[in-house]
Design a protein around this ligand. Sequence first.
Ligand code: ZN
Length: 134
Amino acid sequence: MTVTTISFKINTNKNFEIIDITPQINSLIDIDDGIISIFSKHSTSAIVVNENEAGLLFDFEFMLNNLVSDKFSYKHDMIDNNASSHLKSFLLSSSECLPIKNGKLDLGTWQSVFFVELDGPRANRTVTLTMVGE
Ligand code: ZN
């Protein structure tokens, strides 16, 4: 059994952006079978698994904007004016733990892994992959 950790950087271009990182993760997997933790090292971003369909991704942004309104005044906005970005991140997750089979993510037919930018644009967002297996 081996444990491997690899990080990669993402530059984002918009305040809210959903980036499919499935091909990048698959290209970095260096074990045949095991599990992988996919972790974003930022408190205004998220890692999620869902379907890469344009209408659905639009709906996802619409839902988050309705759950966390910009109309309210949040205490954290007095610090650095990005409370709504943090609050959306609270609702999601900073990591996913997924199976690896035959050297690739063992996803369902309609599943992709996304990095979700909630406070962009930003340079050098870091995603860390930790693989355990053989
Ligand atoms: Zn903040």
